[in-house]
Design a protein around this ligand. Structure first.
Ligand code: PML
Length: 277
C-alpha cells in the first residue's frame, strides 16, 4: 500500500536515454537533491558508455526541477524470489501469478509471447512498456514502438542504503533488482494497473518478475535463455475503466520518492497449481 504525503524540499528529476545503431540501448531515472546532481549525472553518462550491448552513440540527459509540493512518498513493494529450473518453467510460474492477479490466460500468454518475440514493430525490444488489456489481451498503448514509460521515481538516500544492505544479505544488491523494484512500485501505485510482467533485455541477465498488489515483487531467476536480447515490460490494465491519458500522466509525470523498504524475503520453490490454465 502506497501512502502519499508532501515533501518539504524540492528535488531534481534526472532521466537518461541512450541509443546505439538507431535503437534503444539504455535508460535510467533518478531524483536528486542539488548536492547530488552532478555526481548522479556523471554516473548516468558512464553507464550509457559501458553498456554490455554496446557503446552509446546518442545520450540524452534531462534534468528538471520538481517543486516540493508535487512530490509523493511511498513504501517499496515486498520482494521475494521463486526458484525455477529454466526459463520455460519461469514463464509458467509467472503466468500462474498473473492469472491469480485477475489477468486472463489469453492476455497473459499474449504478453509473454510478445515480449519473447520483441514487442516493438521491428521485432526488437521496446524502450517503454506495452499496455495490455487484462481481459482481451489487446494492446492499448498509443505508440507501439515507444510504449509507456514509468518515470520520476527514486529512493531517499537512507532508504537506498537500507535496501542495499538488505538485498546484499540475499546476494541481490545489483542495479537490475534495485531499479526494477522501484519502477514496479510506482507502476503498482497506479490504481488502473493490475500487474506488471518484466524480463531484462540485457543478454547476460536472465531474471524477471511479476509485480502485483497482493504478492508484491516476485522474482524468477530465469524468464529467458542466456544470450537472448529480447526483453521488456507489460503493464496489465482493467480495460473497462481504462483512461489512457490519466494513466500516462501518472506513470510518466507524477513524482514518487520512496522512503520505506518493504520485506526482502528469501527464495521459495515454485509449485505448479493444478488449475493454473
Ligand atoms: C532490467 O534490468 O532490464 C529488468 C530487470 C528485471 C529483473 C530484476 C531482478 O533480478 O529482480
Amino acid at each position: 500500500m502506497i501512502i502519499f504525503h508532501l515533501m518539504s524540499e524540492s528535488l531534481y528529476s534526472l532521466r537518461m536515454h541512450a541509443r546505439c545503431q538507431d535503437s534503444h540501448l539504455s535508460g535510467c531515472e533518478r531524483l536528486a537533491a542539488t548536492d547530488d546532481l552532478e555526481r548522479l549525472a556523471a554516473e548516468m553518462v558512464g553507464r550509457a558508455l559501458q553498456h554490455p550491448r554496446g557503446r552509446a552513440e546518442r545520450i540524452r540527459l534531462s534534468i528538471d526541477l520538481v517543486p516540493a509540493e508535487t512530490i509523493r512518498r511511498g513504501r517499496l513493494l515486498d520482494l521475494h524470489t521463486v526458484r525455477v529450473d529454466d526459463y520455460r518453467q519461469g514463464r509458467q510460474a509467472a503466468r500462474q501469478l498473473l492469472l491469480a492477479a485477475g489477468v486472463h490466460a489469453d492476455a497473459a500468454d499474449a504478453a509473454i509471447e510478445r515480449i519473447a518475440q520483441g514487442a516493438a514493430p521491428d521485432g526488437r525490444s521496446m524502450r517503454g512498456a506495452m499496455l495490455i488489456d487484462a481481459v482481451s489481451g489487446a494492446r492499448l498503448e498509443a505508440d507501439p514502438a515507444r510504449g509507456v514509460r514509468a518515470s520520476r521515481m527514486d529512493l531517499t538516500p537512507a532508504t537506498e542504503r537500507e535496501l542495499r544492505q538488505r538485498l546484499a544479505m540475499r546476494g541481490l544488491d545489483n542495479p537490475h533488482v534495485r531499479e526494477a523494484l522501484v519502477l514496479a512500485t510506482k507502476v503498482l501505485a497506479a490504481p488502473q494497473v493490475l500487474a506488471e510482467l518484466c524480463w531484462s533485455d540485457d543478454p547476460d541477465y536472465t531474471a524477471g518478475y511479476v509485480a502485483t498488489r497482493e504478492h508484491g515483487y516476485v522474482r524468477f531467476p530465469h524468464l529467458k535463455p542466456p544470450g537472448e536480447e529480447r526483453g521488456g515490460r507489460a503493464f496489465f490494465v482493467r480495460g473497462d475503466s481504462f483512461d489512457p491519458e490519466a494513466l500516462s500522466a501518472f506513470l510518466e509525470h507524477a513524482v514518487l520518492l520512496i522512503d520505506e523498504v518493504g520485506e526482502i524475503g528469501g527464495t521459495s520453490d515454485w509449485k505448479e497449481q493444478p488449475c493454473g490454465n
